[in-house]
Ligand binder design. Structure first.
Ligand code: C2E
Ligand code: CA
Ligand code: CA
Length: 262
C-alpha cells in the first residue's frame, strides 16, 4: 500500500510540472484500410518523459491526471499539438491523414468542448476533416443524452467521432443508433484472442455486422499478426491498427514512412 501511494505521490508531483517543463510529446500509430492496404489515418497517443521518473506509461498517468483535474490542461495540449502537427504537414506540402485524438471523461463532461476544439482548429487553420475524436464506450454510455448533445455539436462543426474500446461497455442499441458517430473501434481484447477463442471471434463478427447495419465503419485495434488480419478481412472489417502495421512512432518517423508529398 505504502509503495503504491509513494509512487502515486511522486507521479502526482512530477505530473504537476510536466506541461510547463514540456515533457509531453505525441506518438502516431497508423491505421490502414483492409481493402486497399493504404493508410487512412493515425491515432495520436501521448507520451511522457519525466526528468525525475523517466518514461511513464499513459495507462499509469492518465488515470492520475483524471483524478487531479490536470487532464483538462493535458487534453487541450494534445489537441493543440495535433493541430500544430497537421498544420505543419500542410505547410510542408505533405498530405496529412486524419488524426484521431483520445478524449477523457472530464473533457467530455464540459459543455463547451466542441467550441474549444473548433477554436483550436481555427487557430491553427486546420480543416475539420483532418481531426477525429475517440470516446470510449464507457464514457459515451455514462450519460447518453449528454453524449448525443455533444456529438451532435461536433457533427455540426464537421468533426468526426468514433467509439473506442467498443464491446467492453454497455451500449444500449437504441442509444447507439442515436449517437452520430461514424466509426466503432473494436476493443483489442477481442482481437487478441479471436484466432484462438471462438467467443471472441463471434463477438468481433457481430460488432462488424452491427456497424454495417448502422452504416458505421469498423476498425480493429491491437492487430499483431497476419492471422488476425486475414480473419478480420473475412469478417468484413474496414480498417486495422496495431503492431502488425506499426507501433506508435514519433512524428518525423511517421511522416517518412507513411505520408507523401502532395
Ligand atoms: P487506447 O486509446 O485504447 O490506445 C491503444 C493502446 O494500445 C495504446 O497504448 C497503443 O500503444 C496500444 N497498442 C496499439 N497497437 C497495439 C498492438 O498491436 N498490441 C498491443 N498489445 N497494444 C497495442 P498506450 O499508448 O500505452 O495508451 C494507453 C491508453 O492511454 C490509451 O488506450 C488511452 O486510453 C490512454 N491515452 C493515450 N493517449 C491519450 C491521450 O492523449 N489522451 C487521453 N485522454 N488518453 C490517452
Ligand atoms: Ca484510443
Ligand atoms: Ca482502444
Amino acid at each position: 500500500m505504502q509503495a503504491i501511494s509513494t509512487r502515486a505521490l511522486s507521479l502526482g508531483n512530477a505530473l504537476h510540472d510536466a506541461l510547463e517543463q514540456s515533457e509531453f510529446y505525441l506518438h502516431y500509430q497508423p491505421q490502414v484500410s483492409l481493402s486497399t492496404g493504404k493508410i487512412i489515418g493515425a491515432e495520436a497517443l501521448i507520451r511522457w518523459h519525466s526528468k525525475t521518473l523517466g518514461n511513464v506509461s499513459p495507462a499509469e498517468f492518465i488515470p492520475l491526471a483524471e483524478e487531479s483535474g490536470q487532464i483538462l490542461a493535458i487534453g487541450e495540449w494534445v489537441l493543440r499539438e495535433t493541430a500544430r502537427q497537421i498544420k505543419r504537414w500542410l505547410d510542408d506540402g505533405i498530405e496529412p491523414v486524419r488524426i484521431a485524438v483520445n478524449l477523457s471523461y472530464a473533457q467530455f463532461q464540459a459543455n463547451d468542448l466542441p467550441l474549444i476544439v473548433n477554436a483550436i482548429l481555427n487557430e491553427y487553420d486546420v480543416p475539420a476533416e483532418y481531426l477525429e475524436l475517440e470516446l470510449t464506450e464507457h464514457i459515451a454510455t455514462k450519460n447518453p443524452k449528454h453524449t448525443i448533445t455533444i456529438l451532435e455539436s461536433f457533427q455540426r462543426y464537421g468533426i468526426k467521432t468514433a467509439i473506442d474500446d467498443f464491446g467492453t461497455g454497455y451500449s444500449s442499441l437504441s442509444y447507439l443508433q442515436r449517437f452520430p458517430v461514424y466509426k466503432l473501434k473494436i476493443d483489442q481484447s477481442f482481437v487478441r484472442n479471436m484466432t484462438t477463442n471462438r467467443n471472441d471471434y463471434v463477438i468481433v463478427g457481430i460488432i462488424i455486422l452491427l456497424a454495417q447495419q448502422l452504416e458505421m465503419t469498423t476498425i480493429a485495434e491491437g492487430v499483431e499478426n497476419q492471422e488476425q488480419l486475414d480473419l478480420l478481412k473475412q469478417l468484413g472489417c474496414d480498417d486495422i491498427q496495431g503492431y502488425h502495421i506499426s507501433r506508435p512512432i514519433p512524428a518525423d518517423e511517421f511522416t517518412r514512412h507513411f505520408l507523401k508529398k502532395i
